[in-house]
Design a protein. Structure first.
Length: 224
């Protein structure tokens, strides 16, 4: 499990000495040793490595990683190149097209968003193969809550995009008046038609950033 560095390490180093994290670390180490777990162990903290705390502009919260081989790489909703675009991301791309006119790309690799300051964080960072939510309630939620709280404390404007009920449960943590919190149903095929389509979160996020003197996000994912 590759460690944190820089601003994230400074913000979260207190978590590593807590009892819950000790148990979490031992559990995850055991899991990787005896079964297939995603993402790869050196990709667990990809979201933190690609988006330093002091550069976060937008937060997108997911639930847990994709649970099929070759998909997850540490960013919520994103898959590795050459992997079929998952249904929820298909719907995200459709909303981007309708909202901002973005062309729909031929892949689902979203690292360019992360590199621009979009923290793409699952609330659970690992999963056993083919068993969604199998690493729920083993400690990850406490760790990612600490990360969300660290972003909430930032003394500058940040946009939180909360899609679906699990993400929206974090609203109570977001009490910094400098931030913008936007809510919509989850983009999965089961719920996207209940209000994700037409939410215009991407244009609203960029408008808020621009109004506060922050460079907007280029949401266009280029073809590979």
């Amino acid at each position: 499990m590759a460690g944190l560095t820089g601003t994230w390490e400074a913000a979260l180093k207190g978590e590593f000495s807590k009892e819950y994290y000790r148990k979490l670390f031992l559990f995850i180490k055991e899991q990787y040793g005896k079964t297939a777990v995603y993402p790869e162990s050196d990709e667990i903290f990809t979201a933190f490595h690609l988006t330093p705390l002091d550069q976060v502009k937008v937060v997108i919260l997911g639930q847990d990683p994709y649970h099929n081989a070759g998909q997850a790489h540490g960013l919520c909703f994103s898959v590795k190149p050459q992997v079929e675009i998952p249904p929820s991301l298909v719907n995200i791309y459709q909303e981007l097209h309708d909202d901002l006119g973005c062309q729909i790309p031929n892949h689902g690799y979203l690292t360019s968003w992360a590199e621009q300051g979009v923290l793409m964080l699952n609330t659970v960072l690992t999963v056993q193969a083919h068993k969604p939510m199998s690493h729920r309630n083993v400690g990850w939620e406490e760790f990612t809550d600490a990360a969300i709280a660290a972003v909430n404390r930032q003394d500058r404007p940040v946009v939180f995009l909360l899609w679906g009920k699990p993400a929206q449960e974090k609203t109570k943590m977001l009490d910094n008046p400098k931030h913008l919190v936007l809510k919509a149903p989850h983009p999965s095929p089961l719920s996207a038609y209940r209000g994700f389509f037409g939410c215009r979160h991407f244009s609203q996020a960029n408008q808020f950033l621009q109004e506060n003197g922050v460079e907007p996000v280029n949401w266009q994912i280029e073809n590979l």
